[in-house]
Design a protein around this ligand. Sequence first.
Ligand SMILES: [Zn+2]
Length: 494
Amino acid sequence: MMKVIKVNSFFDGTGYVKKPAEIVIDGASISSVRLSHSKRKTSSLNARFATPAFIDSHIHIAGYSKSIMTVNLTGVTTIEELKRRLKNAPKVSGWVLGRGWESSHLDFIPNKNILDKIFPDTPCSLRSRCGHSLWINSAALNTASITAKTKPPNGGLIEQDEKGDLTGILKENAITLVERVAPSLSESSTFSKAMKVAFKNLVSYGIGAICVVAEPNDVENIRKANPKFPMRILVEEKPSKILSLDEFDFDGVKLYKDGALGNSGALMSRPYAGTKNFGIEVISDSELEKELLTSLGRVKIFAVHAIGDLAVETVVRLFARHSEEAQKKKTILRVEHFQTASIITIRRAGRFNIIASVQPIQQYGDVEAAKQRLKTRARLMYRLRSMLDAGVKLAFGTDAPVEPPDTWRNIQAALDIGKEGVYADESISLLEAMKGYTSSAALASNFPALGRIKKGASATIALYDEDPFEYVLKGKDLKELRPVSVIVEGETLL
Ligand SMILES: [Zn+2]
């Protein structure tokens, strides 16, 4: 069925067209884009502005759905507030589960004793905002049989205080010790309902496709929840473990080089301020190289999480060494986050076609930790301007549930980098940010038909009653912008 959309202006994925136009949709694709100056009313769909629906290049859709099912601790700063949120927490198979605390926002140091007072007998497990730390109580430690003598798995840390007592904080791979015994939300009867809410939320933000990061056992549920929504799936597992399996049908893999700033686990070239801690190396360089070589030509996307400047540097060096072969074999090389980097590393990434999958929205939540732990090195964070100048392709995402999948807050964040005086002025333009959410994101996630408004492209479009380019000219904040309609592969979802 043909559909005609009339707009006053539009963004086509690469440029802004400030002219009335008619976008004609035939089935799942765009059959023509006609520039017309007539503003006459017809029975067709009308809006002021159109853009390709956004692609979130890095989202944990299962994790985001689970975050809808558990206690939200975002914004907690005091013990009183923590108690208030946890007081009426629903129990999941006898456990209390939550997510979203950020150590640099707390006016106390998280410790199992605090949780023991609230839950003396009920196991309680709370994920940090970045997802790289777990804060648990004694009941949870007992259930997981973790004692002061327990050896953490490789790339993991079981935190102890000066006296050698467990603090109840587990980092990186040590989290699996609790995951093994905690109830699985994926198996809960409400999980599929939460997934439906999650997808609805995405559409409400103008998102029409996603590149999902997922643990292997969540993939089936994700596919079942919304089989029609355009998705690429990066599985969090070592390629050497899964590529030989017949049933391997993911689009790519994602591995971790280091931790996150939130848990002082990001791998830095110099220690965190006032400490001897350089962060956590989750996988060695040689092992990562082995996994990359196993993957080239066999997966579409090979992605590595790197946040600290040393982690980003080593991953970029590795990718640079194999970029020619990767291009020949059509494997996309992506650095997830690319959060702290020297200009040399950024330029190398530009020269060797390495994609930076970035989440500017996280700058707000990171600012305290950056100030306290990195001091002036915070100026090496979120260098979007330098990356674009060096020719690095940016793919925008939110890393939800680390942040909500809030597209316009993410774009506003990209326009605002450096305004708070902690990061350097690395702001980019609205046009550049929108490319990062559309045409560049399509490239990074191997969606050849998405991210453009042009003849032959997928009819995956978001319509707005406001033109964001006019918004910016008027100095208005973009955060509140929401689409009035979202069409995904020809189907109206909003
Ligand atoms: Zn992530």
